[in-house]
Design a protein around this ligand. Structure first.
Ligand SMILES: NC(=O)C1=CN([C@@H]2O[C@H](COP(=O)(O)OP(=O)(O)OC[C@H]3O[C@@H](n4cnc5c(N)ncnc54)[C@H](O)[C@@H]3O)[C@@H](O)[C@H]2O)C=CC1
Ligand SMILES: C[C@H](O)[C@@H]1OC(=O)[C@H](O)[C@@H]1O
Length: 256
């Protein structure tokens, strides 16, 4: 077990990559604060995840609060302190990617994407880091960035800058927080089949094209990202900070 009795917060954990990460952390002995949007439709999923984590013999609580709200990080930290005695690991995962063309991008979509994916990440990471500093025992912060931090997408001009932004946030936080023993790293998933891209990938031609670009011959599953997150959260990565871990089946390096 790599995270025995650690207290882990994961945002956007009711489904997809966040849920897979929460379950993998629990399998490795962690107790988990499940951050979710607070929408009524997400609540049953968060409750089901609590039950699944309990079945693994670990504890979990859910906090429903929008990722883009600057106060959400403090709510998540409070839940971790009240229920599990502190914060050892913070995973910033919540994100949206409403595919849209650039020239007619509605301002609202741009602003909501930046607020959810980047502004919210900043304040939540800050809240977690302040708690870790107060505890005085270090910690690990992981941002779920993307291969899209490194490459572009015509329908993702509002989204890719947020993924580059959280990658950059981890790099600067690694510098700012190293003195407190707090490690900050980014995971960069490739194309993982989740709700975020279900519509986009329902186009079989697009789906098959993305598979054809992937040397490992398949798109990713949420579970493919859980292990790398646990690794970066654990003492196995005790000298890893400011790093970016691409988890993309080889898509990025596949030029020809
Ligand atoms: N699926 C993919 O191909 C890739 C996904 N990512 C990133 O992984 C992260 C997770 O996405 P997926 O699991 O793929 O998609 P998903 O749509 O299944 O999960 C996104 C999660 O974020 C939550 N969320 C969305 N808006 C929120 C808000 N305002 N407040 C709180 N929570 C909110 C959702 O409720 C959900 O739990 C995102 O940051 C995404 O950008 C990165 C690279 C590739
Ligand atoms: C939502 C997209 O399918 C997904 O998001 C990312 O960050 C990846 O690069 C994929 O494009």
């Amino acid at each position: 077990m790599l995270l025995k009795d650690k207290s882990v917060i994961i945002t956007g954990a009711s489904r997809g990559i966040g849920k897979a990460a929460a379950l993998e952390c629990a399998r490795h002995g962690a107790n988990v604060v499940i951050g979710y949007s607070g929408r009524e439709s997400s609540k049953p999923k968060a409750e089901k995840l609590i039950a699944e984590i309990n079945e693994l013999g670990r504890r979990a609580v859910a906090v429903g609060a929008p990722a883009g709200d600057p106060e959400t990080g403090e709510l998540l930290v409070k839940a971790a302190v009240d229920n599990f005695g502190g914060v050892d690991v913070f995973v910033n995962n919540a994100g949206i990617c409403p595919f849209h063309s650039f020239l007619d991008m509605p301002k609202e979509i741009y602003l909501e994407t930046v607020n959810t994916n980047l502004n919210g990440a900043f304040f939540a990471v800050q809240a977690a880091a302040n708690q870790m500093k107060k505890q005085g025992r270090g910690g690990a912060i992981i941002a779920v960035s993307s291969i899209s931090a490194l490459v572009g997408g015509a329908m993702q001009t509002h989204y890719t800058p947020t993924k580059a932004g959280v990658l950059s946030l981890m790099q600067s936080c690694a510098v700012a927080l190293g003195q407190y023993g707090i490690r900050c790293n980014a995971v960069l998933p490739g194309t993982i089949e989740t709700d975020i891209n279900a519509d986009d990938l329902s186009d079989k031609e697009k789906h098959d094209y993305m598979v054809s670009r992937t040397p490992l011959g398949r798109l990713g599953k949420p579970e493919d990202i859980g292990g790398p997150i646990v690794f970066l959260a654990s003492d196995m990565a005790s000298y890893v900070t400011g790093a970016s871990l691409l988890v993309d089946g080889g898509m990025f390096v596949n030029l020809q």
